[in-house]
Ligand binder design. Sequence first.
Ligand SMILES: [Zn+2]
Ligand SMILES: [Zn+2]
Length: 637
Amino acid sequence: MTATSIVKLPDGTELELGEGATGADAAQAIGAGLARAALAVRVDGELRDLSAPLPDGAEIAVVTDRDDEALALIRHDAAHVLATAVVELWPGTKVSIGPAIDSGFYYDFEFPGDFRPSEDDLPRIEEAMARHVAADEPFERSELPVDQALERFRAEDQPYKVELISDLIRDQGVETVSLYRNGPFTDLCLGPHGPSTKRIKAFKLSSVAGAYWRGDESRQMLSRIYGTAFFSKADLEEHERLLEEARERDHRRLGPELGLFRLRPESPGMPFWLPQGTTLLRLIEAEVQDQLKKRRYAEIKTPHVMDVDLWHRSGHYDNYRENMYFSEVDGREFALKPMNCPGACLVYDSERRSYRDLPLRMAEFGHVSRHEREGVLHGLLRVRAFTQDDAHVYCTLEQISGEVDSICEAIDELYARFGFADVRVELSTRPEKSIGSDSEWEHATAALREALERQGREFDVSPGEGTFYGPKIDFHITDALGRSWQCGTCQIDFQMPERFELTYQGEDNAEHRPVMIHRALLGSMERFAGILIEHYAGRFPAWLAPIQVGVLPVADRHNDRAAAIAAELEGAGLRVSVDDRGESVGRKIRDAELAKLPYMVVLGDREVESGELAVRSHEDGDLGAMRAADLVSRISA
Ligand SMILES: [Zn+2]
Ligand SMILES: [Zn+2]
């Protein structure tokens, strides 16, 4: 009698296979079409090679290009093919690691001698890769005892692999490691991989950058080559179209071009806001202010610079020191605030509080400074100084739920106002390392969950991803290019009231500890401005445009009338600029177009005579002649 094994398929049916049968065998047993499409197999929840034997009784699912995880799989395949090509073109190259990432993959290399690749080298690497993809080379896995693996990579002069294996032995006590071979190239790799190189249907290398080995600035600087891969040429083309579009919308280019902000070497990561950009920030802030009023938040301001003792007490000195700026004055050590919470706690503590004061809601547009390495700074999206639309709510356990409802509503209304309809919500629960009692955690997590359920929201749960002081909800928006941005957050905190010994007098006259909710609706105001710039490609809707109307006199003799019209429009609350340069009106119209102004008003003899304005809207084209008051009501609507 032949031994058999039985595996369970996703639809619950059982499949009988010969002993030692692999994922590929299972796919074949289900159907020839599936066998051809199969890339890997999920075995009891873990992704494995098709060639891996299936344990008896396993729950399996054959993975094809329709599965979410398949793209990362072939991108990792492509990283190996990239290394294959590089080692072939530059023998003696030392290879390190090459993972799949959200946008594709990379591989880090130490090239021989002084050679450093540039983007000019990418086409020939791609050519070599294409040869290995066309050759349809299988990915073959093998297991090797660690001493043999060490010997092998030492002999090949691959020190990074030797270090990786040594660490695996030291940290995890492994006795064997897995290697993957494709064509002439063998890599130390956990896997899994697709069956062969030809499954990478479309790929492209995009850029070269420096990257320290293990991200450690004291270690070797390696050359990182980035690329991406897809299951079809069409998908790759769509990806490139989106990249091109993203380049055109890049806020780092549009910001200076539209006179919004500048980044200067005098203060890396700390943007200089120009008049129009400052107007944009004020307009964004006004929307947040509306929510504060509507939801009865009081506004406070706390100092930028506070004694280091405070940061010891808050825990920031121990946990966040590397990201803080310090200064010594009069023999006293101070720190720039990286967060607003301790300041808010001091405000809470400045008075005796009673249960009648709760929930106590205090908002602060707090300017915070956080040191980041210069290499990771990115326009307005990753900076060293920014303004949080922060707030802290002090309340009882029972009040959490109502406060969370209100915060979620505020976020919905605010995001919709800025043109983001698609809001993704993520609930993060208790991490392994955390403080607070079980019952507090249960109550707070349930309050967050119930609030989301009561609002009929879909949400993802990230188990163990909460902060050490409490569970949280994060809010993500999707921009015009389909990119997701985490903006708002709502975090329950048991820790800080404890550290600051905050109390309120209860109905029972005893002293109680309040719960603290940290919440930000937009997160960083400046970063949100950056997201808006890209979302609208700099072409803001009229209500949000720093300048709503450009008044363009045809000739110098119309300048006085233009100034008068501008004053009238401004008097009615519009934001207006006048282009009274000695340029032709054609040039003025072109420049107003480049400045992405929502409305232009051209003033010539005819308009001066008739008293009407010739109005052009970017959105609706020529609107013909109208009175100033009509333009005002059109824009205000
Ligand atoms: Zn690999
Ligand atoms: Zn806070």
